[in-house]
Design a protein around this ligand. Structure first.
Ligand SMILES: Nc1ncnc2c1ncn2[C@@H]1O[C@H](COP(=O)(O)OP(=O)(O)O)[C@@H](O)[C@H]1O
Ligand SMILES: [Mg+2]
Length: 227
């Protein structure tokens, strides 16, 4: 499957989650391609740290606003089980390109109502993409959640109004997420017993379950003429 981490806001945890998902898929022996679509190059830098530290890592490529073109990602992805795209904040053209090739777009969102409101601009972009590609699946994931706060609950209610489904999995505000990247790892290999790793594994389970169901429902989604 091709999963894109998107959203107009920076600092919400897109890159951290992209790395967490890609590393966990690698643990499960999938062949994984991680696409750095952010000019800031968080993924590339992480890749250098991972290589230096001798950590197992996915293949990494940088791509931009033309990644959806036939000779780009659709060609490069051959031979990989999964592709994870880390999108930049803003840069609508790059996000649009990612949304043209993704099977699933994930929008990480902080736990406050203000975070939920800030998602409006991202949702416009998503709706634009869904009008062109009704098969595009979109999920919001609540991240950086601190405890069982009322804040988290109200965000969930707020977000449900957006018309986009939420993943059941939620990610807490946990230092292991930040630490793992600095070590050139994903959180499930860096701190496998930490709650952060449990949350990431649960999220990956949810994605794989969705993929399995989707393949059964639609035998040849790749045959879509729009690709
Ligand atoms: N669940 C989390 N808990 C604690 N810190 C997090 C979490 N997710 C991300 N961070 C930290 O927040 C900052 C921004 O995360 P990043 O993944 O770079 O966001 P984005 O790619 O959306 O700009 C980083 O310092 C990262 O370590
Ligand atoms: Mg980033």
């Amino acid at each position: 499957m091709i999963v894109a981490l998107t959203g107009q806001k920076g600092g919400v945890g897109k890159s951290t989650l992209a790395i967490g998902i890609a590393s966990e898929l690698l643990v499960r022996r999938h062949k994984v391609l991680l696409v750095d679509a952010d000019p800031q190059g968080t993924i590339r830098t992480w890749g250098e740290v991972a290589a230096e530290a001798g950590q197992p890592m996915p293949s990494i490529v940088s791509m931009g606003s033309t990644m959806h073109r036939a000779e780009q990602l659709p060609t490069v992805r051959m031979g990989y089980d999964d592709v994870v795209i880390d999108c930049p904040p803003r840069h609508g053209d790059i996000q649009r390109s990612a949304l043209m090739v993704a099977d699933m777009a994930i929008l990480p969102c902080g736990p406050s109502s203000a975070d939920a409101w800030a998602l409006a601009a991202s949702i416009d972009l998503i709706n634009e993409a869904r009008a062109l590609r009704p098969e595009l699946e979109v999920r919001i994931v609540i991240t950086r959640k601190q405890g069982r706060t009322a804040l988290g609950r109200s965000a969930r209610e707020e977000l449900t109004k957006s018309g986009i489904e939420l993943l059941k999995s939620e990610l807490g505000y946990r230092v292991a997420f930040a630490e793992s990247l600095g070590m050139g790892q994903g959180v499930t290999t860096y701190a496998p017993r930490d709650a952060a790793a449990e949350e990431t594994r649960a999220l990956v389970n949810e994605l794989l379950l969705w993929e399995k169901k989707n393949v059964v429902k639609e035998p040849s989604p790749k045959a879509s003429s729009r690709r």
